[in-house]
Design a protein around this ligand. Structure first.
Ligand code: HEM
Length: 497
């Protein structure tokens, strides 16, 4: 300081002193921001784009614990040693609404789980419904655009919604679930989760089975009726976030029992439906639920933005011996999620998501990485694995055409309506559909949608027609079951030739 004063006039000296004080204050503040990592993130990164779908969400941390040994069907380390644990991060979400939309909106719920296993991250990017609206990935952008806002009015549009669905009736199964009270769950943690897609559990000797994964909420699947969900949407749009956070704070940790259903490739050949068709469920009596483990959420986040909003889940984040099947929708998702992550979270610079510290950016296929630096990079433990035998690609008739809608597509929604739902469920279904379909302006779309429901059950359609004051409609003209089955038999024959 004295040097500054001595080498300047008194006036300049004062300026330097003032400058020094400002500099010290600035550095003190800056230092604080740098020290408080989450605060810094909050200030700088708060405005990444929201997810293009599943924008509104809630999340927490916890763990998965294996409770049963599956070594007869897989060599996946997580499922072959009872008591093995993996830390978990879970993000629940609605699908169609923006990030400020109501948690109790009628919508499927996302149930995305990241498990940090000894073999790397395993993401289960599941929904709360066992089926989906489509089985052809090319339809997905069209479908999603009909669930979002109209490009001109910027309004959600009932005509657009039902126009798409009634022209793509493989969606009927999912629509019946969505318009039941399961479409409005009580919060995010009182619901089940499902892979929906068929996956493969593989063994070291090359054997494998198809599998469907289920997470069954230990407290049961709790739902709201439409009136309660609508009231909450106005009074507390963040109901789901709040109830998840408060439940964990109160140490009433939400938990799920994880099950798998399995099917051998040979069984898949005689399965009534295409094993890759994610609009279908596998009957539990034929393909029993086998317990695997528990998922428990026991830790709230410290920084929502850093730990949940910036999380990136993808079905392509998987571990050895748990593989995606050839389901084309699942196959398309393997690429779509990392792609959107680069857009949403960035590739290089401040928002880099692909760097893994000093780890080399490649994976060795047949032997552990021999690159010298790697040894020190991640405690020297290679993530690679070597399998005793390669498994064959199955090319049986179970891969038959997925594009055509036939009478087979109405069997499961019909059974749901006629045999699984009770009278109250059916009443709610009719009034929930009527409440939405009643907003459609086009008589053509209304009539086609009533035909769509008549294909499921004529009385369901007639009840909806009565509720919206429209004439009764006949079922859609589709190929009968006998033709659908004989088509498949021909595919089978062709494959065996
Ligand atoms: C989120 C695409 C089908 C479950 C997303 C996102 C995209 C996407 C782009 C945003 C991801 C992000 O920003 O991080 C697709 C495509 C599908 C499809 C192209 C079909 C062709 C499905 C299905 C399921 C599902 C069938 C469930 C079985 C989810 C979940 C999220 C999500 C849970 C939210 C993940 C999170 O919380 O970060 N999807 N999706 N999606 N999707 Fe899909």
């Amino acid at each position: 300081m004295s040097i500054l004063v001595n080498t300047s006039t008194p006036c300049h000296g004062l300026k330097f002193i003032l400058f020094g004080i400002v500099w010290l204050i600035y550095n003190a503040l800056h230092h604080d921001l740098n020290k408080a990592g989450p605060t810094q993130t909050l200030y700088r990164e708060k405005r990444i784009p929201e997810r293009v779908v599943h924008a509104k969400g809630a999340g927490a941390h916890g763990y998965f614990e294996s409770t049963h040994d599956l070594s007869d069907i897989t060599s996946c380390k997580l499922f072959t040693s009872v008591g093995k644990k993996a830390r978990a991060t879970v993000r629940f979400s609605t699908v169609g609404g923006e990030s400020g939309s109501a948690d109790t909106a009628r919508d499927p719920r996302g149930f995305a789980i990241k498990l940090r296993t000894e073999d790397g991250n395993l993401d289960w990017v599941f929904n709360n419904t066992p089926v989906f609206f489509l089985r052809d990935p090319a339809k997905f952008p069209h479908f999603i655009h009909t669930q979002k806002r109209d490009p001109q009015t910027h309004l959600k549009d009932a005509d657009m919604f039902w126009d798409y669905l009634s022209q793509n009736p493989e969606s009927a199964h999912q629509i019946l679930i969505l318009f039941s009270d399961r479409g409005t769950p009580d919060g995010y943690h009182n619901m089940h989760g499902y892979s929906g897609h068929t996956y493969k559990l593989v063994k070291d000797d090359g054997n494998w089975v198809y599998t469907q994964i289920h997470l069954i909420a230990d407290g049961g699947f709790k739902t709201f009726d439409a009136a309660t969900a609508g009231k909450l949407a106005g009074e507390n749009p963040d109901y789901g976030i709040q109830s998840l956070f408060e439940t964990i704070e109160a140490r009433k940790y939400p938990s799920w029992t994880v099950y798998v259903q399995t099917m051998t490739p040979e069984q898949a050949e005689s399965f009534r439906y295409n094993v890759l068709d994610l609009t279908k469920v596998w009957p539990h009596k034929d393909y029993p639920m086998r317990p695997v483990g528990k998922l428990v959420l026991d830790e709230n986040v410290q920084n929502y933005f850093a730990e949940i909003e910036q999380a990136a889940f993808s079905p392509s984040h998987t571990i050895p011996y748990l593989e995606p099947s050839a389901d084309p929708v699942l196959q398309s998702r393997l690429f779509s999620y990392p792609d959107t992550h680069r857009h949403r979270l960035g590739r290089d610079g401040l928002m880099a998501i692909n760097n893994q510290g000093a780890r080399p950016g490649y994976q060795s296929t047949i032997a552990p990485l021999t690159y010298l630096k790697y040894k020190g990079a991640i405690n020297g433990s290679p993530r690679d694995y070597e399998r005793a035998a390669k498994h064959e690609t199955w090319i049986g008739g179970a891969f038959w055409d997925l594009s055509e809608v036939t009478e087979l597509d109405f069997e499961q929604p019909r059974a749901l309506y006629q045999n699984v739902m009770n009278d109250t469920d059916r009443d709610h279904l009719v009034s929930n559909i009527a409440g939405h379909l009643g907003n459609v302006k086009s008589p053509v779309i209304k009539a086609r949608t009533l035909s769509y429901f008549a294909s499921v059950d004529q009385s369901l359609s007639n009840h909806i027609a009565e509720a919206i004051g429209a004439p009764n409609a006949k079922p859609l003209p589709v190929k009968p079951v006998s033709e659908a089955i004989s088509f498949r038999a021909n595919v089978n024959k062709a494959v065996k030739l």
